[in-house]
Write a protein that binds this ligand. Sequence first.
Ligand code: NAP
Length: 533
Amino acid sequence: MSSQESVDVVVVGAGFGGLYLAQKLKAEGIEFKVFEAGDGVGGTWYWNRYPGARCDIESMEYSYSFDDELQQEWEWSERYAGQAEILKYANHVADRYNLKEHIQFSTRVNSAIYDESTQTWVVTTSDNKVTRTQHCVMATGCLSSTNTPDFEGIKDFKGDTYHTGQWPHEGVDFTGKNVGIIGTGSSAIQSIPILAEQASHLTVFQRTANYSVPAHNHTLDPEYVTSIKDTYNAFRAQNRSNGFGASFEPDGVNAIESAKEVLDERYSEAWDRGGLGFLACFSDLMLDDEANKSARAFMHEKINAVVNDPAKAKLLSPNQTVGCKRLCADTGYFETYNLDHVDLVDVSEHPIEKLTESGLITDGKEYEFDAIVFATGFDAMTGALLSMDIRGKGGLTLAEKWAEGPKTFLGLGTSGFPNLFTVSGPGSPSVLTNMMVSIEQHVEWITECITYMRDKNLGAIEATPVAEENWVGHVNEVADQTLYPGCNSWYLGANVPGKPRVFMPYFGFPPYVEKCNEVAANGYEGFALSNQR
Ligand code: NAP
């Protein structure tokens, strides 16, 4: 190793978590360094440049709230911002607070090894350099480690292949191409209508049909923007008090107690409004299967009304709980299946057998393509963390510690790994909320904790095994009161073969924040603090 640098904090990742950490640590005068694998900031929005990539949280909410000047000066152009605009925003933030000088781009963290004798982490990066740091904050994102199924013959295919989560920066022109796409999650549902506009033929391989509500995206009305900006802080506070940390919130009316007319009226209103607020139509939608069935029936009716071919409409109608796989928001998704050059192939019963030189085989039939798009998702929440060699006390690896699924206290720390923090880690609300809201809350909690330790000359903080065990139990108990664990979602790791089936996010933002605040107010109760050696 050629050289060794020392800082107080190493931050891994320069997405929205890493950027805000950089801003906070800088403001606190804490010495830090950010490592980022990409050659620019933005995380998710740096990598996911597939056609149609767009946020499913409204742009007036999907932005930082920590600086009123920032939220007042930035102008979003659309109700749901597209990838390019969000990336521009991330760069604006990085430039506005002069953060890029603290970020080392195009550098992966290969390993982080805890040195108990000095209470520091030894971080080795892909440029073969070593950085010693007291604290290591993993802002590596929940959906950053892509999942490409290990199809037999994947290397034999002579055409072009793309993964939606690692899209070429220069874009791809599919004009006149015969294209296959595998997957029907959010990424596929956003890209399929645009791929269909370009391709001469598009074949969609669907394993599980997904629910999607129209996004009804539109340019933002300046009067609406002004009305939000006039009371922006109150708007943000209201969102933080809602279960998903977003502007939509159920109003106490239950579907099971509602007459058919009320069900129709509320679902229709939500459908016409568009977006993920559909899940807030009724308070019991994610709690009671009978309630959820009414949403399912409504969605099926909508699909049948749009898709002309009854066989295709049936195949596109999911038979699982609405919302237990992440609900999608689309622009013209179901309509795309009315185009003559768009085919839908069900691979639920007959999985893709293998890729060949010219295409792929399922159910004994070969489909030939110029290009194949893998819209096959992510090794969510744990993938990026476990891709690094992280070793805590006694040389225990994080992979060994989490062999049966992630175990954390509050999704912020894990016992045996002192001074290692995770932003929106497993066991925190993260992906069940507006990520921006969860990121800000975590970054503020972590920065306050690091400042507290600095002011008290503390050497290490570590989740206690008891607090962690109780928290993991609580996360599962809360999840089991909902319908979320009921289908093969990435929330459970079910999309990655061999991944332990554990419900990873925590349901309910406000009680979670209350718990985090209580822990901090009680001198980091549930964490063991040690003096500097
Ligand atoms: P995803 O939801 O996990 O979807 C992956 C798709 O690939 C699923 O349809 C899955 O089928 C299919 N698949 C995986 N392995 C397969 C195999 N071996 N054979 C056939 N099909 C296979 O991934 P994603 O679409 O990238 O979305 C992930 C998450 O990112 C979303 O849920 C959302 O939270 C976020 N996201 C958000 C936006 C937005 O803001 N609008 C856009 C994109 C993504 P199964 O369902 O059967 O596993």
